[in-house]
Design a protein around this ligand. Structure first.
Ligand SMILES: Nc1ncnc2c1ncn2[C@@H]1O[C@H](COP(=O)(O)OP(=O)(O)O)[C@@H](O)[C@H]1O
Ligand SMILES: [Mg+2]
Length: 289
């Protein structure tokens, strides 16, 4: 049974149990003509232990850049990110990342691909195999551990990507549009899979998705970004129906209402601002002071 379980978040620890702290992150790039592109401006938000947070917003609003900065693949122009109180200065074993298309080594088996990241850490061969095997089992691929990437479906390849990220036992799992290249049925299966993994491991997860249904369904909170420059528009609490089986929640009116609320928050700037409308929902907060 897949539920949106939230292992550690109740009461007093909500504010103190911050694991990812994004503080005033700005990022500029130079485009081909040497002009400055402000990909992110003054982005701040926090993620608590075992929380699932979605980053959403239209294409080009800086979601990938933000995730890469948290991972340590990109340096912010100013501001910074801390994970478990330690400033991010590059990649580290406390963070694992899953991309839209798992780039797997074609000559290695699923198991071999998961082992690869562990080799770089100098883990002895026996231990490596054991850890990789556990990660492969965790994503439900035990039966296909010895297949090579060309013998795996798209969903299975993404599972290997997730196993590879989890094998290093990171404190935070980062995912950039992890299911968007999959067909609808596989995508639903993978969403359920992710919540199962979360329920079993209690991992803190930050994932990027431009799909509002997916964001509301999977996340405890959704951070919405707007472009030019990329900045936080608001944060919506979407932890509705925690403990309810996923299949029941998919079609629930409560979820549909939250999804609509999220849609309004993202589009409301253009659609509703000129008119005098109802007060925003209290769970929606402008994060920019
Ligand atoms: N390496 C780069 N060089 C120049 N511009 C970049 C680079 N990476 C991202 N950008 C720009 O930064 C903005 C945000 O990009 P991105 O983070 O990929 O957005 P999203 O993932 O939300 O679609 C876009 O305008 C994009 O063109
Ligand atoms: Mg992107």
């Amino acid at each position: 049974m897949t539920t949106k379980a939230s292992p550690s978040r109740t009461g007093a620890d909500r504010d103190t149990d911050v694991i990812v702290d994004v503080q005033n992150v700005c990022k500029s790039f130079r485009d081909d003509r040497g002009r400055e592109v402000h990909a992110l401006r003054d982005v701040s938000f926090q993620v608590r232990r075992s929380e699932i947070v979605a980053l959403t917003g239209q294409s080009g609003c800086g979601k990938t850049t933000l995730l890469r900065i948290i991972m340590g693949l990109e340096r912010p122009t100013s501001g910074g990110v801390s994970v478990n109180g330690v400033r991010v200065r590059g990649c580290g074993p406390d963070r694992g990342i899953v991309f839209q298309n798992a780039e797997l080594l074609p000559w290695r088996t699923a198991l071999g691909n998961v082992e690869f990241g562990l080799e770089a850490r100098g883990m002895p061969k026996e231990k490596r195999r054991e850890v990789a095997r556990q990660a492969i089992e965790l994503v439900g691929l035990g039966h296909a551990a010895h297949r090579r990437p060309h013998e795996l479906s798209g969903g299975m390849r993404q599972r290997v990507g997730i196993a590879r990220a989890l094998a290093i036992d990171p404190a935070v799992l980062l995912m950039d549009e992890p299911f968007s290249a999959l067909d609808a049925q596989t995508r639903e299966n993978m969403q359920a899979e992710l919540l199962d993994i979360h329920a079993r491991t209690g991992k803190t997860i930050v994932f990027v998705s431009h799909d509002l249904d997916e964001s509301v369904l999977l996340a405890d909170r959704v951070v919405t970004l707007v472009p030019d420059p990329g900045r936080v528009h608001g944060v919506l609490d979407t932890s509705v129906g925690a403990g309810t089986p996923l299949d029941e929640r998919r079609g629930s009116p409560e979820l549909a209402a939250r999804r609509h609320e999220l849609w309004r928050l993202i589009h409301g700037r253009e659609v509703e601002r000129p008119q005098k409308g109802p007060e925003p929902h209290e769970s929606y907060k402008e994060e920019r002071a």
